[in-house]
Design a protein around this ligand. Structure first.
Ligand code: DP6
Length: 321
């Protein structure tokens, strides 16, 4: 039997956000969300059987020059707890060392928990199915196991567009495919309030009342915009949705937030383009200060010009092309 297993999984960026849970243990969202898969932002997990009597975590290194991933004790525990839960589900008693890496900075709003939990879950499921000499469960089942580790990770299993409602994920056929994605990193430092904590804290905002309904209405309108290939409508809906989420952060008690002066500078630049020519990228933000931009293929020239400007201003940019 093999002693090492390895899997990679992509990150994803939500246009309708998962923010607020019905059930924290199960990571059941208060509202359905829609995401776009980001295959250029990936996590890789390797599992090795060990005889140390306990599960361990280590950074995975691709090359000697690579700066290894660092996880704090809480993050290591969260990762190993999820492995423990999966072992229990599959009746596995052996111990493992989990090696992991991201090809992008983590914990700053680039959805590293989505890709890392998706990679850990798919690697563990594959290893445990082989150990048990059983067929691997369906993608749907694996995605729902991954959700127990981190909610948004369940959307990394189907794409390019994925709709997650409660206990199911589905790939949706939308006209806008093969988009160019770039994320402008205004700050790669670790965020002070994790997404998991944000899910709890937003419930203290008076704006949380009505949030589920607003998200559901916006989701319906977004599906219409996709069906009508209405890019400006998609831009407006995505813009309103990330502001809705960031407004929940800023109006919580105590309030918290992620945006910085550079975030505003990037957002202002994008808004200017839309105002000038009536076209531009679809914009969204996660729980972090960095700005995600989606461009149609035919907007490549606009994309390249804008990214050169951001790079000249010393922002790091991660791009899908
Ligand atoms: C702001 O999936 O990181 O990125 O389930 O507690 O692990 P947990 O939270 P997580 O939340 C992601 C929130 C978000 C919006 C989104 O991706 O939909």
């Amino acid at each position: 039997m093999k002693k090492t297993w390895s899997k990679s999984a992509p990150s994803n960026i939500a246009l309708i956000k998962y923010m607020g849970k019905k059930d924290t243990a199960q990571n059941l969202p208060d509202n359905p969300s829609i995401s776009y898969t980001l295959p250029h932002l990936t996590s890789t997990v390797e599992l090795k059987l060990n005889d140390l009597g306990q599960d361990m975590w280590e950074p995975l290194r691709d090359s000697k020059d690579e700066v290894p991933l660092t996880l704090g004790p809480k993050e290591v525990n969260r990762f190993l707890n999820h492995l423990g839960l999966l072992k229990q589900q599959f009746g596995i008693n052996q111990n493992f060392t989990v090696y992991s890496r991201n090809n992008f900075p983590g914990h700053c709003g680039l959805a590293s928990s989505a890709s890392s939990f998706a990679a850990l879950t798919s690697c563990a499921v594959s290893a445990f199915s082989e150990i048990n000499e059983k067929e691997e469960p369906s993608v749907q089942t694996v995605a729902m196991l991954s959700k127990l580790g981190s909610g948004s990770s369940c959307r990394s299993f189907l794409g390019p567009w994925c709709l997650w409602s409660e206990n199911s994920v589905e790939a949706i056929e939308f006209g806008f495919k093969d988009l160019i994605h770039s994320v402008v990193v205004t700050d790669a430092k670790k965020k002070k309030v994790s997404s998991s904590l944000a899910h709890k804290n937003v419930k203290s905002s008076l704006l949380y009342q009505g949030r589920e309904q607003r998200a559901r209405i916006r989701l319906g309108l977004m599906i219409q915009a996709f069906n009508n290939l209405d890019w400006p409508a998609l831009f407006e809906l995505s813009w309103a949705e990330f502001w809705d989420m960031h407004s929940l952060f800023e109006t919580s008690n105590p309030s918290f937030g992620y945006m910085n002066a550079d975030t505003f500078a990037v957002l202002t630049k994008v808004k200017e383009i839309w105002r000038k020519i009536g076209d531009g990228p679809v914009v969204t933000m996660d729980a972090g200060p960095n700005v995600h931009l989606l461009f149609r293929k035919e907007q490549k020239q606009m994309h390249d010009g804008l990214m050169s400007q951001f790079k000249e201003q010393s922002y790091k940019v991660f791009t899908s092309i």
